[in-house]
Design a protein around this ligand. Structure first.
Ligand code: IPE
Ligand code: IPE
Ligand code: MG
Length: 263
């Protein structure tokens, strides 16, 4: 179990341990090129591959990608169908390469809505890569932050009915679908919108938020570095004051450094 940012102050890190991304803007990327929306989704898979590589190279331990939200079923059936087929094709093609690169694959979300063939592929991919340590790649598919909280709450209530009314944060945490990962240090949304769209509601409590106008198919390793650069400029206070952070710094190094933005 990883410590929670609301019950313990995490160690400060230069490179985020966990990056969570809302991959948005595929449709507009395609539209700009007079292509059908789905061409953007297809192109977006290449960006996923590039991000996995970039995260490994930068020593990022966890990459979480929002691929399909619980609300995306509202889209035209042809687009939903295309996305499902793309997911199957990408898994079939990429699992071997992910495994060869030491990537552990996890898929979070309500998988019960998927075709048996897709569920089977997901489970096989997770099993094959289960022991890999280089990077944990989580794909959020038919995922919603509220769905996650509700399934966790129901799991907790069923497991410990006698404690109802006294549940603590730490009781709920193990039932959340990403309990195997630390909370994201850095959240990125591409495509220009500045909203969470029902992504990781619980886990983003103290994440640094970064928004870029770049469409997902145009996002690349250099754009990731821009986001990490922005992250490195942030003062993560977790409720404390700047002065307290400077005192912690001074206690750690004999000559206090004033590089931190004390504003
Ligand atoms: C994100 O791109 C991919 C999914 C939601 C599956 P969009 O398809 O939302 O692209 P825009 O936002 O319409 O440009
Ligand atoms: C969020 O993008 C979901 C994914 C990227 C999978 P959307 O395009 O569905 O979000 P909204 O509808 O603009 O909020
Ligand atoms: Mg969108």
């Amino acid at each position: 179990m990883f410590a929670s940012t609301t019950t313990a102050i995490p160690e400060s890190v230069a490179v985020p341990r966990h990056v969570a991304i809302i991959m948005d803007g595929n449709g507009r990327w395609a539209k700009k090129r007079m292509l059908p929306r789905v061409a953007g989704h297809k192109q977006g898979v290449d960006t996923v591959r590039e991000m996995v590589k970039a995260c490994i190279e930068r020593g990022i331990g966890y990459l979480t990608l929002f691929a399909f939200s619980s609300e995306n079923w509202r889209r035209p059936p042809e687009e939903v169908g295309f996305l499902m087929n793309l997911f199957v094709a990408a898994l079939e093609r990429e699992i071997g390469r992910l495994h060869a690169n030491g990537v552990r694959l996890r898929v979070v979300g309500d998988l019960s809505a998927f075709e048996p063939r897709l569920i089977d592929l997901i489970r096989r991919g997770e099993n094959v890569t289960a022991e890999n340590k280089q990077l944990t790649l989580t794909i959020a598919a038919n995922y919603g932050g509220r769905w996650d909280l509700m399934q966790a709450l129901n799991g907790l209530a069923l497991a410990y009915p006698e404690k109802a009314g006294e549940y603590a944060e730490s009781d709920l945490a193990p039932f959340l679908s990403m309990s195997y990962a630390p909370e994201p240090d850095l959240f990125i949304r591409t495509g220009g919108e500045q909203r969470i769209s029902n992504f990781l509601l619980w886990q983003l409590a103290y994440s640094e938020l970064y928004f870029t106008d770049k469409y997902w198919p145009d996002f690349d390793a250099a754009a990731l570095d821009d986001a990490i650069g922005s992250f490195q400029q942030r003062e993560r206070r977790f409720g404390r004051t700047s002065e307290q952070l400077l005192a912690v710094d001074a206690a750690v190094s004999p000559t206090p450094t004033f590089s931190r933005n004390a504003g």
